[in-house]
Every structure is written in C-alpha cells, then in structure tokens.
Design a protein around this ligand. Sequence first.
Ligand SMILES: C[S@@+](CC[C@H](N)C(=O)[O-])C[C@H]1O[C@@H](n2cnc3c(N)ncnc32)[C@H](O)[C@@H]1O
Length: 269
Amino acid sequence: MSTSDVSVNYSQTGSELIEKIYSDDYLSIGGRTSTDSLAAEAGITASTHVLDVGSGLGGPALHLAESKGCRVTGLDIVASNIRTANERAEARALDHRVDFQLGDAMAMPFEDGQFDVILGQDAWCHVPDKDKLIAECVRVMTPGGIIAFTDWLQVGEMDSTYLADVLSAMASPNLATLTGYGAMLEQHGFSIMKQEDISAAFIDQYNVIYARLENLKDEISETFSAKVYGIILGKNNSIRRAFADGKMGGGRIIAKLNGRGGHGRKTQL
Ligand SMILES: C[S@@+](CC[C@H](N)C(=O)[O-])C[C@H]1O[C@@H](n2cnc3c(N)ncnc32)[C@H](O)[C@@H]1O
C-alpha cells in the first residue's frame, strides 16, 4: 500500500462517494457520536487547541469547533480534502478557529509542543509507520497532552491472502491491534487512560452503512457507473466478511503524555 492508494481512495470523487454513504462531512463510520465521545474522554473545552490527524473533509474538526468553541487544526495528506475542508470552514464562518493543512502524519508540518489534544478518527489505519506517527504526535503535543483516537483493528488471525484482501479493500498498509497500540503508546511515554475494544458498536455502525450503500445502488450507478458501484460493493463485501469472521474490529484509546514523552522503540503491532 502506498500513498497513491490513499490518494485514489480519498480523491475528490472517492471522498464524495464515501461521504454520501457515511454521513455529512464524515469519512468515518462513527460520525459525530464518535467525535463527541472522544472529546468528552479527552476533556476538550473552548480553550483546547486540538490537532485532528487524518482530518478528511473536516467532519470532526468542524463539529468540535462548532460544539466546543475550541481551536482545531486538521492535517491530511490529500490536497482535495484540505481544499474542501477549508472551504467548508469558511462557508460556516469557522475559519478563525479551524484550519486544515496538507501534510503527512509521519512528518507533520508543525512546530514542537503546540497541541493540547491530538485526535484521530479511523484514519491511522492508513498510516504505514505508526511508530513514526506516534513520535510525531509526541513532538507536536504540549507536555501532559492527551491523545484520543478510534481506529480499525485486527482482532483475529488472518492468513496472508485474507489479510492482503482486507488491506486492499481498506487502502491500508497494515492493521494495528489494540494491545499493540497500547504498548507503543507506553513506550513513547504515554499512560493509557482507556483502551477499549469497540468492535460490537463498530460493526453495528458499519452494517447501517452497508445497507445505505445497497440503497444507493441506482444513484451511484447513474452518477458514476455500474462498474464503480461494483468495485465499491466488492471492497465492502471483503470488509463485511472480515467483521463477520471476527478478524477485524475497532478500538478506542485515550492516553496522556507523561511530561515530554519517551524515546519510543519499534513495537510489534
Ligand atoms: C477514513 S478517513 C477519516 C477522515 C476523518 N477523520 C473523518 O472522521 O471523517 C481517513 C483520512 O486519513 C487521511 N490520511 C491517510 N493517510 C494519511 C497520512 N499519512 N497523513 C495524513 N492523513 C492521512 C486520508 O486522506 C483520509 O482523509
């Protein structure tokens, strides 16, 4: 999986399609409900400066700025997502509090020690080197800052063919496990506040989205093509099978950085 797979998956057309199937402004299945629970766990208030890593079309950032009145910076690797998210912030007169910047989660375009909370909603499964991602989070966070994220996880054994099919369907280079993420965060100097397997809720939400996709068959086929609909359905069938087989699920982690963090070491995800 390379950056180009992410660029194709989340191209302007790709993101438009995913948003249609998911919910307004969102490219992740939990939508606003998931943002609200991450915000509550992380203790976000009007005075918090939040960084949303993998900000997509701006769903979590715009919702946080609207509901909490906080400052939010979004980071995404796809230029058209950044353009759309900034346009939406401006259209809603939120651009004094929210800005979206182009960049890679593994080499963030930010100075050290700027953000009180780092958020991620189902985006880090696309990042090839999660150790680099966490190291960058440590660098750009304030001492004692909070990291709060949800992600798609591997929850059962998969042989290489099965795993390759799932990763291709998700446009992901690899899948973390809940304990792998926990260990990695601890090695980087975080204390885990909450580490939850949310697979059951994740799968329920996903099933709603799958049903929505089936209902949109005619619309997507007419707007794009029957072939495009077939490709999307095929990918979602692979994902649905992995959920049903107990191979894939979701997790939510909240952790607090101890001081300036640790040095980090490569962890087996
Ligand atoms: C599943 S979408 C989630 C978007 C958003 N968090 C939401 O909830 O709507 C994942 C996003 O991560 C972005 N992304 C993938 N790899 C990235 C990377 N290495 N650095 C920054 N963003 C990345 C994608 O472009 C995409 O917008």
